[in-house]
Design a protein around this ligand. Structure first.
Ligand SMILES: [Zn+2]
Ligand SMILES: [Zn+2]
Length: 347
């Protein structure tokens, strides 16, 4: 069986690995698709806190159950061979003060598959605990469903946003996360959704998924202030542009990942005087099952968001393309033997 292996910081290989064997309450999943995101580059570059090398990357995964460990076919999350599934990559200790107060996404011993210690899904087959595996409907596109993991992060993002029916929402960044947050906004009660991206090509995708108001600069928009402003870029310039556009009583959310040592400037007086809230959001908290439900009801237009699929052998090429900002969501499909462009040449 073939696997992508991050052998050490900056060292990527494709290697032969033994077939996985499921332990108690585990299943073996034949990988359909694995999304690539900024986290994978941070892990390979040694910038992700706690990564233990060597590590198989891949945390946005779907596939088909091909083997059951003891007890995997019992209980409320019982699985069967042949099930199409999406996998929640997070596991938590259940014992620390944060786990015990319902903040498992902030667990002091948090372990993300393909990110910290457990091997990820950029391999032909992998094991996962039953509790992390969510069955998909047979008619759900198992490749597009690899967007469920980032969608679960987006749903947690909405969970922690104080908001009201009829809010006007501004999103910075028309990448995967920005497009997911923006597509969820009407479901969360938004009266209008505006998306900003400095790259006009990315706004084409925003149009395709149904985001009505799109600009390369917020200064060109048909409003001057918004109740909810969400940064999905992590760019300091975008953050400093967006925070002053929150209207009085509104909220600014840091969704994008800024560099760990970066700082941004804002007016504490304005935050005080106008009761502006500033909130963060981190990963997934009890939102994975809801992400499956939202995906399967068609809340997200997935097809325009995924531009390329790569074989395991072409993983390095996929990462280079990601770093160059080309394409849209890039996927690795470990059991396919050709890399393909899924969207038209204009991208
Ligand atoms: Zn990701
Ligand atoms: Zn914990």
């Amino acid at each position: 069986m073939r696997a992508v292996v991050f052998a050490a910081v900056g060292e990527l290989t494709v290697a032969e690995r033994p077939e996985p064997v499921p332990g108690p309450r585990e299943v073996v999943i034949e990988t359909a698709a694995v999304g690539i995101c900024g986290t994978d580059t941070h892990v390979l570059d040694g910038e992700f806190e706690g990564t233990v090398f060597p590590l198989v990357p891949g945390h946005e995964a779907t596939g088909t159950v091909v083997a059951l460990g003891p007890g995997a076919d019992e209980g409320p999350s019982a699985l069967a061979v042949g099930d199409h599934v999406a996998v929640n990559p997070s596991s938590t200790c259940g014992e620390c003060d944060l786990c015990l107060t319902g903040r498992q996404n902030l667990c002091r011993a948090w372990n993300g598959m393909g990110v910290v210690r457990a091997d990820g899904a950029a391999q032909q087959r992998f094991t996962a605990p039953v509790a992390n595996v969510f069955r998909l409907r047979p008619d759900t596109d198992v490749f597009e469903a690899a967007l469920i993991e980032p969608l679960a992060c987006a749903i947690h993002g909405w969970d922690v946003l104080p908001r009201r029916m009829g809010d006007h929402v501004l999103v910075y960044g028309s990448g995967t996360m920005g497009l997911l947050m923006a597509q969820l906004a009407p479901r969360a009660g938004a009266a209008s959704v505006t998306i900003i991206d400095v790259n006009p090509d990315r706004l084409v995708t925003a149009a395709e998924v149904g985001i009505e108001h799109r600009y390369t600069s917020a200064g060109d928009a048909d409003r001057a202030e918004w109740d909810v402003v969400i940064d999905c870029t992590g760019s300091i310039a975008a953050i400093q542009d967006g925070l002053p556009r929150v209207m009085a009583g509104g909220v600014f959310q840091h969704f994008g990942v800024a560099p760990a040592d970066a700082t941004a400037r804002y007016s504490p007086f304005r935050v005080y005087r106008d009761e502006v809230s500033v909130v963060g959001t981190m990963a997934v908290l009890n939102s994975f099952g809801r992400a499956v439900a939202m995906f399967e009801t068609g809340a997200i237009k997935a097809q325009p968001m995924i531009s390329h699929s790569f074989t395991l052998e072409d993983y390095a090429q996929a990462l280079r393309m990601f770093r160059a900002g080309q394409g849209r969501k890039l996927q690795v499909r470990p059991n396919q033997d050709t890399s393909r462009t899924l969207l038209g040449q204009r991208r």
